[in-house]
Design a protein around this ligand. Structure first.
Ligand SMILES: [Zn+2]
Length: 453
């Protein structure tokens, strides 16, 4: 008995040690976030012209367009058009020019913003991270100077119950338990600089089934939504089950930042989402990574492993990203069923509910930047046309989250641009054939990571 006690104590200490190591690693990642200060001093890049290019302007396609960029901004975009003689010319024939992509669901630990930009994703919407490092990045995102990383918009800390989802990483997440606490909780986030409010809502159903951790109750979730909106901010909700999605929409959430995957969306949910004008960011890429029913062994590669093997993607993944994509998280949770999630997105989209593209990187089975290209492919599999999928990663998230200077290629917009070979408006996988990336009108040098022989 004593021996068993001692063994249990050792095991407990070991578990605490592992938890501390994970927390320390996360804190290290935060400190490693890029320092954008010196970039603000750099002048904007002079400019260039892209001619004879197929243009996807964030909404629609223009064949044979000319796009003129000066000092970090787009000054002209449309069919034909004069070519200023003082600017460098880029031949766009056989290519498509897109707005820099927006990933509407990420978590920005570590080198996330550089890894993201390496795949043409020029803006990310973070759905939970430490608000400290975000403060400086939030200031620098207004700059038009050349950048080496994507721009960050962030929820900061997420709203969750004590010991709820989001607290397992050892970070000092401020939790709450009652509706009365909601206004002060939201005020504290806005004081920290949160751009919007992200709420985790994972209630058990009537049979006691659900996530294996505590959740905010329905009234507290609804009070958080109301408090955010009363202060002019979006309230978005993490759900994984149909019943939770329904509750969140009933509470007037602006958007759901996962599609539930326990059951296919029913007509009542689709109707409610449409009536409320809510959007859904399904994060199919992370669901594909976690789905326990998808092949997990060699021979039949998983979705995420096929992404890592894609020759258009692989050279640009860091060794850590390759490892992340090649892991099979393996879970028995029913909420991670890709076929069910795809069917729900199909029903929501057909019912007129706006879909946004988000990857939930860097969860296991995903990688910053790369997984947004995977998400686009999955959205097309769920019934969006390639052009609709591209809108879901450009103009739609910009409009929904109030990012007025990006998401479209139009005069006055920030010159965040992606030039790809081929036509992603007919073959979505062409978004991976990246030839050039510009952030604030300055060419981004893509980083390659050769593999050891
Ligand atoms: Zn997430």
């Amino acid at each position: 008995m004593k021996e068993a006690d001692a063994t249990a104590r050792v095991q407990r200490l070991r578990r605490i040690g592992i938890a501390l190591a994970v927390a320390a690693a996360l804190i290290g990642f935060f400190w490693a976030l890029p320092e954008p200060g010196d970039e603000r001093l750099a002048p904007p890049a002079p400019g260039f012209v892209v001619r004879d290019v197929r243009l996807f302007d964030g909404e629609r396609v223009v064949e044979r367009a000319t796009v003129v960029v000066r000092a970090g901004r787009i000054v002209e975009a449309g069919p034909g058009g004069a070519e200023p003689s003082d600017l460098q010319v880029v031949d766009g024939s056989g290519r498509t020019l897109l707005p820099g992509l927006i990933d509407a669901h990420v978590h920005t630990w570590g080198d996330a913003l550089a890894e993201t930009l390496n795949f043409g994703v020029t803006t990310v919407l973070d759905m939970f991270s430490d608000p400290g490092p975000a403060r400086e990045l939030r200031r620098s995102r207004a700059s038009f100077a050349p950048r080496t990383h994507a721009d960050l918009f962030s929820a900061g800390w997420l709203a969750t119950a004590p010991r709820g989802h989001g607290t397992q990483f050892g970070l000092p997440v401020p939790t709450l338990s009652t509706p009365d606490e909601a206004p002060a909780w939201v005020d504290a986030r806005l004081a920290e600089g949160s751009d919007y409010i992200k709420i985790v809502y994972e209630p058990r159903d009537a049979n006691g089934l659900g996530a294996p951790f505590p959740s905010l109750d329905r009234a507290t979730m609804a009070a958080l939504v109301a408090a955010a909106q009363a202060r002019g901010r979006l309230a978005v909700v993490h759900v994984s089950r149909l019943v939770a999605a329904h509750d969140a929409l009933e509470a007037h959430a602006d958007g759901l930042v996962h599609v539930h995957a326990d059951r296919v969306a029913d007509a009542a949910l689709v109707q409610l989402a449409r009536e409320r004008g809510a959007f859904v960011t399904p994060t199919l890429a992370v669901i594909a990574g976690f789905d326990p029913t998808l092949p997990a062994t060699a021979g039949e590669a998983r979705e995420n492993q096929r992404l890592a093997a894609d020759p258009a993607v692989r050279p640009y993944l860091t060794p850590d990203q390759r490892r992340g994509l090649e892991t099979s998280p393996g879970t028995k949770l029913v909420m991670f069923r890709l076929d069910t999630a795809l069917a729900s997105v199909r029903a929501l989209h057909a019912g007129g509910v706006e879909i946004l593209a988000g990857s939930d990187a860097p969860n296991p089975g995903t990688a910053h930047g790369a997984s947004l290209h995977h998400e686009l492919e999955l959205l097309v599999r769920a019934g969006l046309t390639p052009t609709e999928a591209l809108r879901a990663a450009t103009s739609a998230p910009a409009r929904r989250y109030g990012l007025a200077d990006r998401g479209r290629i139009a005069p006055g917009q920030r010159a965040d641009l992606l030039l790809v070979v081929g036509d992603p408006t007919t073959n979505i996988r062409a978004t991976r054939a990246i030839e050039r990336i510009w952030k604030n009108g300055a060419a981004v040098e893509r980083r390659r990571y050769p593999e050891a022989p």
